[in-house]
Design a protein around this ligand. Structure first.
Ligand SMILES: Cc1cc2nc3c(=O)[nH]c(=O)nc-3n(C[C@H](O)[C@H](O)[C@H](O)COP(=O)(O)O)c2cc1C
Length: 402
């Protein structure tokens, strides 16, 4: 007699068909943009930038574009990279590479290298384990502190079950103070050591993302003689309120009073992320922030704004050593990091670089990206004759910002 739980031939074939039709396998077969050229093994990549090409080959194009784009015409996105070219390194003898020391500390968080992982949203677009994979990769790279984005894609307890790490979290201001309070309480339970509040008025229109949406909406392959597809539905009329001005919900409303309210609820230090002028840096200190994070959101904030590197010196001068200054936006190599340190940053954060690593090879990719940067920084310090972080100062660079 046939056991009751056995699967019949018919249901097995049906199941296989269902799996093929509903799964990503068939979808991938139909994606005309997929690059079928050989994807290199991770050990074949030598620079952080190399990971971008692998991420492009492996990712759905829409997700790649979401990661790549800057605001509007992307001038600031390009400027973030160019600014590093406008800074020369001035070597002072050489030192034995084995003597180079890179350990530091920011707001009580010890770091083997002055490098952190920037907060970026929706890691589920990059890897099935999402932020848990980024956390794992960051920790594997000498416990690199990872700033978890407010827009993380999996539950906090799944990202860091042990909560014994140097955990930092980023907060997007929440108009409702009860919502803010609930967020702060959850961060406290997770053991967050520092809160990074993003104060750049990030509300930019992403032209590249819009073009991409139109591009993929087009049927790419149409059989000869097939009927033309129906015209796309007209765009809905903009809803009243900020969206009329292309401002996403929850942006372009916050103020210094909100910062003070958050500060009064926090038991841990609070960092202002997105500062681009000396004046704003001073105001941040007046309103209770404990550190300044110079950033233009990787070129996603105001287009035609300055690169982070260019404004770093004036901000460092303005805060006069009272609080640590962090920097991100455009950092891709160890010599980039050295330049930022020379201009006064206490540490730098890595946004897209870690995302490329995650999309390319999962946690191991994040780890490798960070380790490449760590190695390059040590080499750059040795080559320029600066064996310690304390020996890195402005005499190490000549700036030619245009
Ligand atoms: C895809 C993407 C998502 C981001 N999401 C956030 C976010 O959720 N919160 C935030 O404060 N910054 C976010 N950022 C900005 C990063 O924290 C960081 O400032 C930027 O990536 C640094 O520039 P880089 O990518 O050139 O290293 C995001 C950036 C990218 C590229």
């Amino acid at each position: 007699m046939k056991p009751s739980n056995s699967i019949s031939r018919r249901s097995a074939i049906g199941g296989l068909g269902g799996a093929l039709f509903s799964g990503g396998w068939l979808e991938a077969q139909q994606d005309p943009f997929r690059d079928h050229s050989r994807v290199p093994g991770m050990d074949e990549l030598t620079t952080v930038q190399d990971f971008e090409g692998v991420a492009f080959a492996k990712m759905p194009r829409e997700f790649f574009m979401y990661m790549a784009h800057g605001g509007e015409g992307e001038f600031t996105l390009r400027r973030n990279r160019e600014a590093f070219d406008w800074v020369e390194l001035v070597p002072k003898g050489v030192v034995d590479v084995s003597t180079v020391q890179t350990a530091t500390e920011v707001l009580g968080t010890p770091m083997a290298f002055p490098i952190m992982t920037s907060p970026t949203a929706f890691h589920i677009q990059l890897h099935r384990e999402a932020e848990a994979a980024t956390y794992q990769g960051s920790m594997a790279a000498s416990n690199t502190p990872y700033i978890i984005s407010h827009n993380h894609s999996i539950a906090l307890e799944k990202i860091t079950p042990a909560a014994n790490s140097p955990l930092w979290m980023q907060l997007y201001p929440q108009r409702n103070l009860d919502t803010t309070k609930a967020w702060i309480d959850a961060a406290g339970v997770a053991g967050v050591k520092t809160v990074v509040m993003t104060i750049d008025q990030q509300a930019t229109f992403y032209e590249r993302a819009i073009h991409q949406r139109h591009l993929v909406a087009q049927p790419v392959f149409r059989r000869e003689g097939a009927a033309a597809p129906a015209a796309p539905a007209p765009a809905p009329a903009p809803a009243p309120g900020p969206r009329t001005y292309r401002v996403p919900d929850g942006r372009l409303w916050y103020n210094w009073q909100y910062a003070e309210q958050v500060k009064s609820m926090l038991k841990v230090p609070m960092v202002a992320k997105g500062v681009l002028t000396a004046e704003d840096a001073k105001l941040c200190l007046e309103h209770g922030f404990d550190a300044i994070y110079v950033s233009n959101h990787g070129g996603r904030s105001v287009d035609y704004g300055p690169s982070s590197l260019e404004v770093l010196p004036e901000i460092v001068d303005a805060v006069q050593g009272r609080v640590p200054v962090l920097l991100d936006s455009g950092v891709r190599s160890g010599s980039d990091i050295l330049k930022a340190l020379a201009l006064g940053a206490k540490a730098v954060c890595i946004g897209r670089g870690c995302r490329w690593g995650l999309a390319s090879y999962g946690p191991a990719g994040v780890q490798r990206v960070l380790e490449i940067l760590q190695g390059e920084l040590v080499m750059a310090m040795a080559q320029t004759g600066r064996p310690t972080l304390a020996s890195i100062d402005r005499t190490l660079v000549k700036t030619n910002f245009r």
